[in-house]
Design a binder for this molecule. Structure first.
Ligand code: AHG
Ligand code: MN
Ligand code: MN
Ligand code: MN
Length: 332
């Protein structure tokens, strides 16, 4: 559909944020500032990503994160950059990061927001120059302003997010986000150091011919997933899998398609983390007219109990997700 074709319309992210803020009479500008702080950190990480091979920032740290993953240098670098930008920006009182065991208090106790973040998504792709991303999710705090944030600020549930989005460090660098009034995409112009509005109103096509999953786990998949994928292949659909959630998700958002990360023996709850992968991407896809399901219900309805809990994720065009779930219902 025409609205997914880039339409350079000249509006900068800054002007867009100010225009959107003006539409809400009670807006005080804090969320606007928080979005600016995230965009700034994204520009800094973008620069690190673009020269990773030259600054010995590739490779692993030789240590594990709370997920039990070998932390990549760029995981740690991006984590530091985002936490620093959010601390200096003053609007976020705490940050929950994939790369930190516990919440990080920024010291901004007057800040009204908390941010859950996957600072570098697709870490296995860093050293081989394949697209990677950052995913963020923003909540208004429920703990008292002036006090340090508490776990309850991050465990409010996916439908209480006030904003969510991602940065895709791909063939071009894009920022895509929602504040609950549709999805907008911005493309980074390196020479000017600015994000420009390129996708004013992203809507996912109702259906598609792309399925995205790591078929290496084929024999772990539930039977309804295997029969869905077999039918896709019988129809000659395209298997597209970058191995970076943000890249696979973004392609399917624009072209239509479905991304699947089902339960596996290695990750019986699915591999992807709810608070900084599932929830923000589910919020975004629903804002773009799509669906995000766990296999037993909408992702956004999952009750969060643990900062780093995992969830299966089936996300994309509503007709494709519905067809997958119809198979799940039959299987029961
Ligand atoms: P992260 O790099 O933030 O840990 O996330 C990795 C995720 C996601 O980006 C990607 O789609 C998925 O892991 C790939 O997992 P497999 O290698 O198991 O396919
Ligand atoms: Mn990730
Ligand atoms: Mn990550
Ligand atoms: Mn990781």
């Amino acid at each position: 559909t025409e609205n997914t074709i880039a339409q350079p319309v000249g509006t900068t992210l800054e002007r867009y944020i100010m225009r959107k803020q003006a539409e809400f009479q009670f807006a005080t500008g804090e969320l606007s500032q928080l979005l600016r702080d995230i965009a700034l950190a994204g520009k800094i990480v973008n620069r690190e990503v673009n020269r990773a091979g030259l600054t010995s920032i590739i490779g692993s740290m030789g240590q594990q994160n709370v997920q039990g993953e070998a932390q990549q240098r760029l995981d740690v670098e991006a984590n530091i950059r985002f936490i620093r930008a959010l601390t200096n920006g003053g609007e976020a009182c705490a940050v929950l990061s994939e790369e930190e065991d516990d919440i990080i208090h920024t010291g901004n106790c007057q800040g009204k927001y908390v941010v859950a973040i996957d600072p570098l998504d697709g870490s296995s792709n860093i050293d081989v120059n394949i697209s990677i991303g950052t995913i963020f999710s923003i909540y208004r705090r429920v703990s008292a302003v002036g006090q340090p944030a508490g776990p309850e600020d991050f465990l409010q549930g996916g439908r209480t997010q006030v904003a969510a989005g991602y940065i895709l460090y791909g063939s071009s660098t894009m920022l895509v986000y929602t504040t609950g009034h549709g999805v907008a995409g911005f493309t980074y112009e390196n020479s000017l150091g600015e994000f420009f509005l390129s996708h004013p109103d992203i809507r996912i096509p109702a259906t598609g011919t792309v399925f995205s999953c790591n078929e290496g786990y084929w024999f772990d998949y539930p039977e309804y997933v295997r029969s869905y994928l077999t039918e896709c292949k019988r129809q000659g659909q395209s298997g597209r899998y970058v191995g970076s959630l943000v890249a696979d998700y973004h392609r399917n958002l624009l072209t239509g398609g479905i991304y699947l990360y089902p339960p596996t023996r290695k990750n019986p709850e699915g591999k992807l983390r709810l608070l900084y992968e599932g929830f923000p991407l589910a919020y975004l896809i629903e804002q773009a007219g799509g669906r995000a399901e766990t296999g037993t219900g909408p992702v956004l309805d999952v009750e969060p109990t643990d900062f780093h809990q995992r969830s299966p994720l089936f996300v994309g065009s509503p007709e494709l997700v519905a067809r997958l779930l119809a198979g799940a219902a039959e299987a029961e």
